[in-house]
Design a protein around this ligand. Structure first.
Ligand code: HEC
Length: 438
């Protein structure tokens, strides 16, 4: 005869069986999930404006009209990437030995709650890009050290190139005009950082919206839907009210970035969007500037009791057997100006926290490991994040347009490798089909 407890257990057991797997987690074995190899290529300064100029021979009018890039360029990634990276076109500062193309292996799967992604790519360097600019003690003051390779400090003055590796994902659900056809190129403009007509800091600071409201000093990605003129000039912003209306109608693209220094050590990616600027979602993201403006010194240093050192030196920052990021909950203490600092001591310019909040903290399961020259990033993103105001909500059966980018070898801004716009289907037919997990 069965006891009440065992009956209850049996009942509970069948409930669990009926409702399927309880824990939503990425597949433990990805070998059954198809891999799509996406050719990412070096785009140089091929901006929205360049594509619509007579320099883009015989293609400017069709691009204006909204024809897709691949309608003319399908399969040309290697050719275009190699041409631009060499400096032959659209690249005023070619970087020695940079490849024109990076192969990004993409696998996707989904269940009722999540999209699971796995990305793999080879790094150029025999080490992962988990270091980022630091503060360095010069015997008197703490000064920034380390810049991305396109910075004049690196190519012009021989300063060290230090910058984190990144994997970026843009997503749209059809509400941004032309995104399906022209993807990331809608967000890239001549007046942005490292572009040919870069806006001056004093002009940006004086601008009614970018300077006075958003408190920016430079111009970053923006969409044509946020501007009033045909040339999509950075200064010609719509009013804040008009932009809010565009945003509420979904006229932004979702942009999430996995970062080798500023998100991976806490197992996350950031979460942002592009409309009038490249902005972070509402809430609190995982990284902040490690700088006390009043005292002109770092806020935190490593906790020597926990990690064995309070700071690093230039020849130690690539030592991946030790932590390279400051993490508030794990390994930091308040900066001590009297800790016996020596010339050359270095402390990271940013610190991380796991205490993220709101939409900015949506991606809390993204883990990258680097082995034998290859990054493998496994990333879980909720189909419905619950934050439609700054995320693209996905549904089973839905098809979305995405753009991928990798920043490799100490670089930022245009120095990435990018994809044409592609489609991702959540259990639906597309360029990349996220397979349905049973
Ligand atoms: C109507 C066809 C057409 C469309 C649409 C088109 N292009 Fe082009 N594109 C061309 C042609 C033709 C050239 C080469 C012009 C030349 O030889 O100077 C070119 C050149 C380029 C180049 C310079 C590299 C090179 O090989 O000279 C880039 C980068 C580029 N296109 C990107 C794009 C992007 C991005 C889009 C979509 C936003 C796009 N193109 C849409 C036809 C097109």
């Amino acid at each position: 005869m069965k006891t009440l407890t065992s009956r209850l257990l049996m009942t509970l057991g069948s409930v669990v069986l009926l409702s399927g797997p309880v824990l939503a987690a990425p597949p433990s074995d990805w070998s059954g999930v198809p891999t799509k190899t996406v050719k990412l290529f070096y785009p140089g300064q091929s901006s929205y404006q360049w594509l619509r100029s007579s320099e883009h021979k015989r293609a400017d009018k069709k691009t204006k009209k909204g024809d897709s890039c691949v309608s003319c360029h399908e399969g040309e990634e290697v050719e275009i990437g190699n041409k631009i990276v060499s400096g032959e076109r659209l690249e005023p500062h070619p970087i020695k030995d940079k490849p024109g193309v990076i192969d990004l292996a993409v696998q996707m799967a989904h269940d009722t709650d999540n999209l699971y992604m796995r990305y793999q790519w080879k790094t150029k360097n025999p080490f992962p890009g988990s270091a980022h600019p630091h503060w360095q003690f010069d015997g008197k003051d703490w000064k920034q050290i380390g810049w991305p390779q396109l910075d004049k400090k690196v190519w012009g003055e021989g300063q060290p190139a230090i910058y984190e590796d990144r994997l970026s994902l843009m997503v749209d659900n059809g509400s941004v005009p032309m995104f399906a056809e022209q993807g990331c190129w809608l967000t890239c403009h001549d007046d942005m950082r490292d572009m040919p007509n870069v806006a001056q800091a004093k002009d940006v600071k004086a601008h009614a919206l970018l300077g006075k409201v958003l408190k920016k000093k430079d111009v970053r990605k923006y969409l044509p839907g946020s501007r009033t003129d045909e040339a999509v000039t950075w200064t010609k912003t719509k009013s804040a009210d008009e932009i809010a209306t565009v945003k509420a109608a979904g006229g932004f693209v979702d942009l999430m970035q996995w970062r080798g220094h500023r998100s991976n050590p806490v197992g996350m990616t950031d979460d942002g969007y592009v409309l009038e600027y490249r902005l972070f979602d509402a809430g609190k993201k995982m990284f902040s500037k490690n700088w006390d403006k009043t005292a002109k010194q770092p806020k935190y240093m490593f906790d020597a009791k926990k990690v064995g050192f309070k700071s690093r030196t230039m020849d130690q920052i690539r030592d991946t057997s030790k932590p390279s990021s400051l993490i508030a909950e794990d390994n930091v203490v308040a900066f001590d100006p009297k800790a016996g600092w020596k010339k050359g001591d270095m402390i990271p310019e940013y610190y991380l926290t796991r205490a993220v909040k709101g939409s900015a903290g949506d991606n809390q399961d993204a883990n990258g490991t680097w082995k034998d020259g290859v990054w493998t990033v496994v990333w879980t993103r909720k189909l419905d994040t619950g934050h439609p105001q700054d995320d693209k909500i996905m549904k089973t059966g839905g098809v979305y347009t995405v753009g991928f980018a990798v920043h490799d070898d100490n670089i930022t801004t245009r120095g990435h490798h990018v994809s044409w716009p592609m489609t991702v289907g959540i259990g639906a037919k597309a360029d990349i089909k996220a397979v349905t997990l049973k």
